[in-house]
Design a protein around this ligand. Structure first.
Ligand SMILES: NC(=O)C1=CN([C@@H]2O[C@H](COP(=O)(O)OP(=O)(O)OC[C@H]3O[C@@H](n4cnc5c(N)ncnc54)[C@H](OP(=O)(O)O)[C@@H]3O)[C@@H](O)[C@H]2O)C=CC1
Ligand SMILES: CC(C)=CCC[C@@H](C)[C@H]1CC[C@H]2C3=C(CC[C@]12C)[C@@]1(C)CCC(=O)C[C@@H]1CC3
Length: 345
C-alpha cells in the first residue's frame, strides 16, 4: 500500500507567485526557511529553492503537482483589475477559486490563505475607518470587485475543521512598492501625457496605501496562526499601513520623488466622474470599431475622489500584526526602485 507523505509545514505553494505581491511573498517565505512551489500562468524570474509550475489555475490537473506534499497554499492570482473582461474575471476569480479549493482538498493541503481585497465593501462612496463587518458591496464598482467578493465568500465558506482545510482571507488595500506593475507605472504614464495636473475634488480624501512588505507580513502571520483552535479560521482581515493619507498627497509624493510636478488645479468630483462614465460608455460602444483605454476610468475617479481607509485592529488583535515599514520609508524605497520612470530617463 502506498504511504502518504505527511506534508512538512514548511512546504508551501504560491498561486500567482510570478506577480507583484506573489514574488515579494515568495522571497520572504524563502528567507523564513520555507520551500516554495510557484503556480502561475507565466514565469517572471528564477530563484534557487523555488519550483515553478506553469498553467491556468482553472485546470485542476495542472494545479495538483504544485500542491504535492504541501501543507499551506497562498492564492494571490487574479486578472489585472484594469481589465474590462467580465468573462475572464468570472472564470479565474470564481470558477478558478472553486477549483483551487477542490485541489487543496484532494491534495491534503491543510491551510489556504486567500489574497482578497478591502475593496469588497467599496461601492464608490466614502468608507472611513471601515471594519471587516461592513457588508459586501451590493453595487460593486467593477467586475474585478464583483468577482473578488464571490471569491472571498467561497474561500471563507470552505473553512472546515472536519475536512481538515482551514482558510483565512487577507484584505489589503492599495498595495505599492518595488516592481508594482500598476500604481506607479500608470501614474507616471499619466504624468508624462500631461494628465496629472489636476486634483479631483477638494484633495482632502483619506486613503490607505499599503507597502507590499506589510501585506506579505500579514499573509505570513495569518498562515502561521491558522490552526483548528484559532479564532482566525474562516475570517477576513484588513491589512494596511495603518497610516491613512490624503490620496493626492500620496500621488504628489510619488510624482515629486520621480521628478514630476505635483497636481495643483482642482476639478469638481461630480464633473470628472460624469466625464469618465461618458468616456467609458463611448469606449464600450465603439469597441467593435476602435479600441481605446481611457486613463480616468469611473473606478479610478471614484478611488481618487472619495475616502477609503480601513481599520486593521482585528489583525492587530488576532494576528499580532503591526506594519513593518512606515509609509514615508515605503514611498522612498518605491521611488528609488524606479530609476527608469524618472522624469527625463
Ligand atoms: N495590487 C493591489 O493594489 C491589490 C491587489 N490585491 C490582490 O492581490 C493579489 C495579487 O495582486 P498583484 O500582485 O497586484 O497582481 P499581479 O497581476 O501582479 O499578480 C497576479 C499573478 O497571477 C497570474 N494569473 C492571472 N490569471 C491566472 C490564472 N488563470 N492562472 C494562473 N495565474 C494567473 C498573473 O499572470 P498575468 O500577469 O499573466 O495575468 C500574475 O502573475 C490579487 O488577488 C489582487 O486581487 C488586493 C488589493 C490591492
Ligand atoms: C486617477 C489616478 C490619479 C490614477 C492613478 C493611480 C491609480 C492607477 C491607482 C490609485 C489607487 C489604486 C488602487 C488600485 C489600482 C491602482 C489605483 C487605481 C486597486 C483597484 C487595485 C486592486 C484592489 O483590490 C484595490 C485597489 C485600490 C487602489
Amino acid at each position: 500500500m502506498a504511504t502518504r507523505v505527511r506534508p512538512s509545514n514548511k512546504r508551501c505553494a504560491v498561486i500567482g507567485g510570478s506577480g507583484f505581491l506573489g514574488r515579494h511573498l515568495v522571497e520572504k517565505l524563502l528567507d523564513r526557511g520555507y520551500s516554495v512551489s510557484v503556480f502561475d500562468i507565466r514565469q517572471s524570474y528564477e530563484l534557487p529553492g523555488v519550483a515553478f509550475h506553469l498553467g491556468d489555475l482553472c485546470d485542476k490537473q495542472a494545479l495538483l503537482p504544485a500542491m504535492k506534499d504541501v501543507s499551506l497554499v497562498f492564492h494571490c492570482a487574479s486578472p489585472a483589475p484594469a481589465s474590462d473582461d467580465r468573462g475572464l474575471f468570472e472564470r479565474v476569480n470564481i470558477q478558478g477559486t472553486r477549483i483551487v479549493i477542490q485541489a487543496c482538498i484532494e491534495a491534503g493541503v491543510q491551510k489556504l490563505v486567500l489574497t482578497s481585497s478591502a475593496s469588497v465593501v467599496f461601492e464608490g462612496t466614502d468608507i472611513k475607518n471601515g471594519r471587516e463587518d461592513l457588508p459586501y458591496a451590493k453595487k460593486p464598482i467593477d467586475y474585478y470587485t464583483e468577482t473578488k467578493i464571490e471569491q472571498e465568500k467561497l474561500v471563507l465558506e470552505a473553512c472546515d475543521k472536519e475536512k481538515g482545510l482551514l482558510t483565512v482571507a487577507i484584505r489589503p488595500h492599495g498595495i505599492f512598492g518595488p516592481r508594482d506593475p500598476q500604481l506607479v507605472p500608470i501614474l507616471v504614464d499619466a504624468a508624462r501625457r500631461g494628465k496629472m495636473k489636476f486634483i479631483i475634488g477638494d484633495g482632502t480624501n483619506l486613503v490607505d496605501f499599503t507597502f507590499v512588505e506589510n501585506v506579505v507580513h500579514g499573509h505570513i502571520l495569518a498562515a502561521e496562526r491558522l490552526r483548528p483552535d484559532s479564532p482566525i479560521c474562516g475570517k477576513p482581515y484588513h491589512i494596511t499601513n495603518d497610516e491613512p493619507v490624503k490620496f493626492w498627497d500620496f500621488m504628489s509624493d510619488v510624482l515629486v520623488g520621480l521628478g514630476y510636478a505635483a497636481p495643483r488645479y482642482h476639478l469638481p468630483y461630480a464633473l470628472v466622474y460624469g466625464l469618465a462614465l461618458l468616456l467609458w460608455l463611448l469606449a464600450l460602444i465603439l469597441r467593435p470599431l476602435v479600441s481605446f483605454k481611457p486613463t480616468f476610468t469611473p473606478m479610478r475617479v471614484a478611488l481618487a475622489g472619495t475616502h477609503h481607509y480601513y481599520n486593521c485592529e482585528r489583525a492587530k488583535q488576532d494576528l499580532g500584526y503591526k506594519p513593518v515599514v512606515g509609509l514615508k520609508d515605503g514611498i522612498a524605497r518605491t521611488v528609488q526602485s524606479y530609476p527608469h520612470l524618472r522624469q527625463g530617463a
